[in-house]
Design a protein around this ligand. Sequence first.
Ligand code: CA
Length: 339
Amino acid sequence: MQATHFPLILTPLLFLAAMMGLAEGDKGADPAPGILFDTDMGNDVDDALALGLLLEAEKRGAARALLVVSSNPNPWAVPGIRAILRYYGREEVPVGACMAETGLAHGGFTEAMAGTSGLQPGGAPGAVALMRKVLHEQGDRSVRIVPTGFSTNLAALLASAPNHGGDGIPLSGRALVEKKVEFLSIMAGNYHDPNHAEFNVAQNVPAFKQVIEEWPTPVYMSGFEIGLQVHSRWEALKQALKPENPIRVGYEFYFRKELKEEKWDRPSWDQTAMLQAIYPESSHFDLSDPVRIEVSPEGKTTLKSDPPKDLPARRFLRFSAERTAEKVGVVLDDYYREP
Ligand SMILES: [Ca+2]
C-alpha cells in the first residue's frame, strides 16, 4: 500500500518543490551587471569602440549601460556620446558632462559623430551629480565603474559631501562608492615602464593619485602596455560597421583629419578595461597580486609590493602564455557590430 501511495503523495510535493525551485531560480537570476562608463570621448577613438563594446554586451544580456559621463571638458564630448547611444537604440541612457576645465579637450571626431544625428552641445547635467543619483538608485555593491579618461569626475565624486548640491542623498561620495560600487576597472597608468607618465594619469595627476590611494573598492588597472598590444583593425571595422555608424564616422575622421597616419589600426586601451569590467571572471587577462601604486608629480606609476592594508586590492592586468593579446583581439573583433 505504501508502495503504491508513496508516489502519489510525493508527486505533488515534488511538483511544488520544482515550482519553488523555478521561482527561486527566477529570483536568484541576477540582472546583468550595471556599468557606469566614465570616458574622455574626443581625445582618442578607442573610447568610441569601448562604448560600442558595452552596448553590444548589453544586447547579449551581459551588461547594462547605466550612465555615461565625460571627463573631457570639450562641449562636443556629450553630443558625440549621445550620437552613439542613439544609433545603438539606447538614447535613454543618461549622459553627464565634465564640469571641470581639466585635461586635454579635443573635440574633432566627437563633433563629426554628433553631426550624424544633428546633435548640439549644451543641456547636459554635471557628471558628479548624475553619478551620485545613479549610484544611489542601484543595489549595494552592484555597480562597476569603467573610467577610460581622466580621474576628474571620480575624485570629485569621492570628495562630494552628503546632500551634495541639495540632492537629498545622505551619504558622502566616498560612502556612496563603498556601499554601491562592486569594483573599478580603470584604463590608466603604465605598470611595465615606471618612467612613462601615461596620458590619462598625466592629464590630472592629483585626481588619479587621490583615486588610487583612496578608492574604497577593489580596482583592476589596465595599463598602457595592455591595450598597446591589442589592435583594433581598420580592415575588420570597415567590414563590421556601416559607413553611417557614428563610431565608424568618428574613427575615419580621427585617422583622416587628426592622426593623419597611413595605417588605420589603433591600440585598444579603453576596450581592455571595459572587457575586464563586463567579464571579470572570464580570464581574458592574468591578474597581478595586490600592489600599491606610487604616483609621481608628473604621473609616473611605480609598483610597490606592500599593498595598502586598509583598502581592497589593486591589481593590474597582464598577459600570459595562456591569456594572450591575440585572444583578446579576437574577442573584441566579435563585439564590433551594427546594432
Ligand atoms: Ca580614453
